[in-house]
Design a protein around this ligand. Sequence first.
Ligand code: HEM
Length: 394
Amino acid sequence: MPRTDLTDPAFWARPPQDRLDAFRALRRLDAPVYFRERDGGFHALVRHAHVVQASRHPELFISGTGVTTPRPARWVRTVFGDSMVNLDDPRHARLRGVVSRAFTPRVLARISADVERVAATLADRVAADRPADFVTAVAGPMPLQVICSMMGVPETERRALLAQVDHATAGSGTRRRLRVPGKSLRGLARLHTVMAKVARQRRREPADDLITALVSADLGARELGAFFSLLLVAGVETTRNAIAHALHLLTTHPDQRDRLASDVERYGAGFVDEVVRFSSPIVQFRRTVAADCELDGHPLRAGDDVVLFYASANRDEAVFTDPDAFDLTRRPNPHVGFGGGGPHFCLGTSLARQEMTVLFRELFARFPAIRSVGPPEPAPSSFDNRVRRLEFTF
Ligand code: HEM
């Protein structure tokens, strides 16, 4: 096997099994390996225990310097506001508290209704248009439409937003910046304008939706814009990739598919967890060490970077029996696909679960023979396990 260099874009273009083998070899080493980059470097945390430890000690492993690779430009954060992923307490706790409190039972009921409606509409369109690509027809629009409904973005604005998201995420570079749909200044500015317009309107005429709850909780215009950008990145791409991997995994594991189809309510939660463990839609996030410390006896210096490889931790044989088996009845399933615990744990876990369960329930009911044709076409990336295209038939 070629030597592993996690900073080399060529590594991320290697076949998935090669990469998993390389991570298995790294997990066997006594200590995290340090990889040098042009402007610094990082300790690669590849074991489950190390990812969990770094996630749960935010006082030592901080996010304020930026968690994506490379880091978002300072001026982008200054002009457009900070996302909560890139904040530490007390600012993180304040923002996360405001947002979490906005998910009231009424708002949640409305979101559930949106999820059901979007899934049914997409299934109708599949039946009518008979599309060939599952990603553009189903996996992409499902989370995008749900988040736009959640944020109250009018239908007339959604097409333009979708184009921005597609444009910003079209590149398949392996060291992409935080791919907010405004990698370009124009895209971000437009997003903020849309949010400001919706916010003004909800201040005048409050509704039972998330954005009304957020403006009533005094989230400023810049914070709203930053939150919406984050939702589009954190909530759309991740779920899109998870949905696409799910169809392919169910196709290649017919026994698991039969089980899920027999009772989606019963097996749905285990199905989502196992898809997220197995496919790790987010491959890694970064933290910076705040003070000299040790991780399992391995010394870390203040200012060092660590990269938490969720994709490796999710296959750690020290935690998962038969880690390369796809088994939706796996119990327990302490995967770190939504994060390793701690204050930044994925805010959208229950929404992602709901979207995936409702969507596959709807698809199985309408198209019992739905399946992928051939493997997913990947887009090499060290950041997310992205599916560019997935042919399907029903
Ligand atoms: C299968 C789908 C998803 C996966 C795999 C996923 C994964 C993750 C991961 C790994 C993190 C970082 C956790 C950490 O640093 O400890 C995260 C954070 C986050 N996710 Fe998700 N996510 C998914 C869906 C969603 C959805 C649907 C939403 C939208 C509501 C969402 C919103 C967020 C937000 C806002 C954060 C930042 C939280 C914070 O910094 O406090 N995610 N997600």
